[in-house]
Ligand binder design. Sequence first.
Ligand code: NAP
Length: 259
Amino acid sequence: MMAAVKACSVLITGANRGLGLEMVKQLAEGSCPKRQIFAGCRDPDGPRSEKLRELAEKHPGIITIIQLDVTNPSSIKESAKKVAPMLEKTGLNLLVNNAGVLAHGTMLSTSDKEMHDAFNTNLMGPFTVTKEYLPYLRTAAKASGTSGMSCDKAAIINISAGLGSMTQMLTLYSNFPTFSYSVSKAGLNMLTVYTSTEVKNDEILCVSIHPGWVKTDMGGDKAPLEMKESVGELLRVMSGLTEKQHGGFLDYKGETLPW
Ligand code: NAP
């Protein structure tokens, strides 16, 4: 299904491969005429961003590639300096905190480095990026002239994971011990709840979404879902979000997940 998200300006982190790249693709192919997509990636000129560069060439004036390493606060600040002048007075409608890393391991086998990497990317990243871009989301919320919440108006979507669910952990553990990832995504979910509380009066929507188990470099070959399907469904769910789901944890089908 075609993306029905009508947000005019969108920033996606980790947009050079996997789900981030597929989201840029589907949004660029969507029917919104004046769309601006800021595709964040940490190495825009490197070999891992080749597909994103090709996609950006196909959609000139729509996709702008932005250097953005979510673990590097000065890269985040610099990215906003480039994005801000390109935003119209209507601000930034949609921020998708998608960049993420996964290491396998139990609590006892996980190294300090793996723990730091997971926290820096999966939790500190969305925390710092959200704070940096909040003024532009606020501008969008004010400029919309409508009441209520939506991804078209002003929203923060945190791409979380079922593996970050405390309730589901016991059933997932035997097949997927992913300690650093699970703890960081549980933290990301708390970030969603905190953020949603603190931006409620601004009418900025904030939700955690699990994209399903998807065939990407991270998800691997055994994953049942194709990227196209996961992102198609994600965008469909995102397009229907309102204040009712604000501060919640959903999957790519729109079902509520237990924390
Ligand atoms: P992926 O194929 O491994 O892609 C990860 C993306 O994140 C890449 O673009 C990568 O860029 C980027 N990234 C990593 N560290 C970064 C940093 N410091 N700064 C900027 N970008 C960075 O993973 P994916 O499957 O698309 O996952 C996307 C999101 O979905 C993640 O948050 C993941 O936790 C979540 N998720 C995925 C699944 C699944 O089954 N695939 C399931 C649940 C949740 P580089 O090329 O520079 O490394």
